[in-house]
Design a protein around this ligand. Structure first.
Ligand code: MN
Ligand code: MN
Length: 304
């Protein structure tokens, strides 16, 4: 890999993710990083449009070797940073179209995609691209919220509360192998969870996770997805706001950052085809806690 000019100090130079080369396409790459600075569909606090930039900034302190996974993900494979998708702030459909085009280009080049959001609505076009390549994919969905509402706003099928309902309707997810983990918090009513279950999701609430061991939960998740092509989507609000305050719809009583790292590491060896990490909102972050965690989680994804 070509060494960038300003590689010496973490605080110097231009921030691509982990200082990997910037590229305009993913040809010849194993993994491409793509930012989606879009927060047009959130239901409460905005600011995730600043997520990709903040995560890249904090990624500069990733020294390169992952001791837990015993791999140097920036040198054992070719990783490039494609910059950000050209989003269309007032138009979610146009934005989703742009995301799908960008993602499909990466997959057609034979690279895997790691996307940094952005709000959770972006998972829908990403799943469209991945399902087009692999067929309906298994999905491991870390989140405080099921995101399976039919609609958050009258007549609006697309928002950050609906992507997995739409994805299931569009046949993008193999529902036998759709696992939600970390779900918790108050909802509008009992129907929110019932709706997710009716769609076929295996919902592991935070309460259930707490009652069981992390290894036991991982074993179930791994057994459920098996050898299927598996897409991982991580909404940072699955982590407790004490560890990840910089997000739009925080829910108390979540995972610790260490548990989140262990859960991602526990996906090693699965047939993983794509990742996204969403809902990091830097304006609500403190001391970059959330974007530092997000950068490390993306590093764990790359290490898988
Ligand atoms: Mn959420
Ligand atoms: Mn979400």
């Amino acid at each position: 890999m070509t060494q960038p000019i300003f590689a010496a100090q973490p605080y110097a130079g231009i921030a691509t993710f982990g200082r990997v080369p910037f590229a305009t396409d993913a040809v010849g790459a194993d993994v491409a990083i793509l930012g989606v600075p879009y927060d047009g569909s959130v239901s409460y606090r905005s600011g995730t449009r600043f997520g990709p930039r903040a995560i890249r900034e904090q990624s500069l302190l990733l020294w390169g070797y992952n001791n837990a996974q015993q791999v140097a993900p920036f040198t054992s494979q070719k990783v490039v940073d494609l910059g950000d998708v050209d989003v269309v702030p007032p138009d979610i459909r146009a934005t989703h179209h742009q995301i799908e085009l960008a993602a499909s280009r990466v997959l057609a080049a034979g690279a895997k995609l790691l996307t940094l959001g952005g709000d959770h609505s972006i998972s829908l076009p990403l799943l469209r691209s991945h399902a087009q390549k692999h067929g309906p994919v298994a999905v491991i969905h870390f989140d405080a919220h099921p995101d399976t509402w039919d609609s958050e706003y009258p007549g609006q099928p697309y928002s950050h509360g609906t992507p997995f309902k739409r994805a299931i309707e569009e046949g993008l997810i193999d529902v036998e192998a759709y696992v939600q983990l970390g779900i918790r918090g108050p909802t509008a009513g009992p129907q929110d969870y019932a709706d997710a279950l009716a769609l076929g999701a295996r919902m592991i609430t935070l309460d259930e996770f707490r009652r069981r061991s992390l290894d036991d939960v991982l074993q179930e998740v791994r057994a459920r997805v098996g050898s299927r092509p598996t897409y991982v989507t991580l909404d940072i609000d699955v982590v407790d706001p004490a560890f990840a305050p910089g997000t739009g719809t925080p829910e108390v009583g979540g995972l610790t950052s260490y548990e989140m790292l262990q859960l991602v590491r526990g996906l090693r060896g699965l047939n993983l085809v794509g990742f996204d990490l969403v809902e990091v909102s830097p304006p609500f972050d403190h001391a970059n806690i959330t974007s530092i965690l997000a950068a490390n989680l993306a590093f764990e994804f790359l290490s898988l």
